[in-house]
Design a protein around this ligand. Structure first.
Ligand SMILES: *Cc1c(COP(=O)(O)O)cnc(C)c1O
Length: 450
């Protein structure tokens, strides 16, 4: 597809369009013929062929440590030690955290952290609405109300300016989400928490190795929570972790995830305290220990490719890559950008995504406005919630979803590229940019067809 037209013709075709900006820039990607080629959705040849890396990948070298666990007969991490403890130490070191507790999932990591930070029945937790549904559910499971802060359309994360007006005398914690591996602006969030004496639990379930001002996500609040579910960048089928900088808090998490058994500095009352069984098996830990180096190398590759994509895509009118907080680095569980149909002759986002997929670039629309799905109605209409909250509070709560205008914008205008695309060669990034340019060049024709 590339270099099929002579440079002079390309320059003519590109004149007046943003493509020309590349010609003078130091890091110009390969020239291409976006304006000349017919969109794949209208019968043209797809820009990208040959597919993308699959997920998850595994290596033969991982087999023997897993077999060792099998043959040891020591499969459960109850009682401590073994591969699970080794993984906890390695993951804490990787993040620069004081401690880590390996859990059965990201969801159970969040449940643990919220309990340890004192979230109780009838409390309120300020949550980012733009997230996987588990972030809502863990608050509800504690019989607390997930009160949504708004989303900043420029960053796709919790807008710190929207937090304070949502604090009530019931608010106990703030639960920001580093969505798609993009760090939230944690300094203002932590400052508000400190001012109002609130806990901060980071949902870092998509943010392994993401950085904010020189520190890793998951070490920026009181406790951080990670997921190692099958689709995540470091995966053991199911799995998770809680991390933190205060050993005393991490020990309490350990106790809670191990049926409430005393652990380390947390002695309980000499007997069980409240807790559950949220333990990781040694099989999962053995699998995760093998992947730390892989996570580090792949993160580097995703970052380099994401930076290259951002430089290319932001030249195209109507495409706005996400803004990161100053001095921070994302890890891109999804590569998102905001799409403006007005710059594409009114081509709807859905149609744009269909056209992009047809070019061989798989993409999706990200999260929708999940608070209208009925999950929260079911919760607040339950016997328990009606006992715990006044009818006025629940009514005002339900009505407050309408105020989430930033989140609505994000839900309606975001397009996300799946993270395995970022593990491809640099030439494949050129294909992505070329595909979007092609759709832009032909948006009038695309918008006319059904
Ligand atoms: C994956 C994920 C979770 C839940 O993790 P599980 O391991 O699937 O329980 C929570 N929050 C976010 C943002 C996630 O992406």
């Amino acid at each position: 597809m590339k270099d099929r037209i002579p440079r002079r013709r390309f320059v003519q075709a590109a004149a007046g369009s943003a493509a020309l900006a590349w010609l003078g820039s130091g890091q110009a990607p390969t020239l291409f013929s976006a304006e000349a080629a017919k969109p794949a959705l209208l019968g043209g040849t797809p820009v990208h062929q040959g597919g993308w890396p699959g997920w998850p990948g595994w290596r033969t070298a991982w087999e023997s440590p897993i077999l060792d666990v099998l043959r040891s007969g020591h499969w459960s991490s109850a009682g401590g030690g073994g591969r699970a403890a080794e993984f906890e130490a390695a993951y804490a070191k990787l993040l620069g955290a004081a401690g880590c507790v390996a859990t059965a999932s990201g969801t159970t990591a969040l449940l643990t952290a919220l309990h340890v930070m004192g979230v109780d029945a009838g409390d309120e937790v300020i949550v980012s609405p733009y997230t996987f549904i588990a972030t809502y559910n863990v608050v509800l499971m504690h019989k607390a109300l997930p009160v949504f802060a708004d989303t900043d359309p420029a960053t796709l994360t919790m807008d710190p300016a929207s937090i304070e007006s949502r604090i009530t005398d019931r608010t106990r914690a703030i639960l920001p989400v580093h969505i798609y591996g993009m760090p939230c602006d944690m300094d203002p969030i932590n400052a508000i928490a400190k001012k109002h004496n609130l806990a901060v639990v980071e949902d870092a379930c998509q943010a392994w190795l993401a950085e904010y001002k020189g520190r890793k996500c998951g070490t920026l609040g009181d406790l951080g929570c990670f997921s190692f579910q099958n689709s995540k960048h470091i995966a053991s089928g199911e799995g998770g972790a809680v991390t933190g900088n205060r050993v005393e808090l991490v020990d309490r998490c350990h106790a809670f995830h191990d049926c409430g058994r005393a652990h380390g500095t947390f002695k309980g009352r000499g007997c069980f305290s409240r807790g559950s069984n949220f333990r990781m098996t040694h099989y999962q830990a053995a699998l995760l220990l093998q992947q730390i180096d892989k996570l580090v190398t792949e993160t580097q590759r995703r970052r380099e490719n994401a930076d290259y994509l951002t430089a290319g895509l932001k030249q195209i009118p109507g495409i706005q890559p996400a803004r990161l907080p100053e001095n921070s680095r994302a890890v891109w569980h999804l590569y998102p950008f905001r799409y403006d149909p007005a710059e594409f002759h009114g081509l709807s986002r859905d149609k744009f995504m269909r056209a992009l997929s047809a070019e061989g670039v798989p993409c999706g629309g990200g999260y929708h406005e999940q608070y209208y799905d009925g999950l929260l109605d079911e919760a607040i209409n339950s016997r328990g919630f009606k006992r715990l909250f006044s009818a006025e509070r629940l009514k005002a709560y339900r009505e407050s979803f309408r105020e989430l205008s930033g989140n609505r914008t994000v839900c309606q205008t975001t397009v996300g590229l799946f993270n395995t695309l970022l593990l491809s060669e640099r030439s494949a990034m050129d294909h992505i940019i070329e595909a979007v340019r092609k759709i832009h060049a032909h948006s009038a024709a695309l918008a006319k067809t059904s």
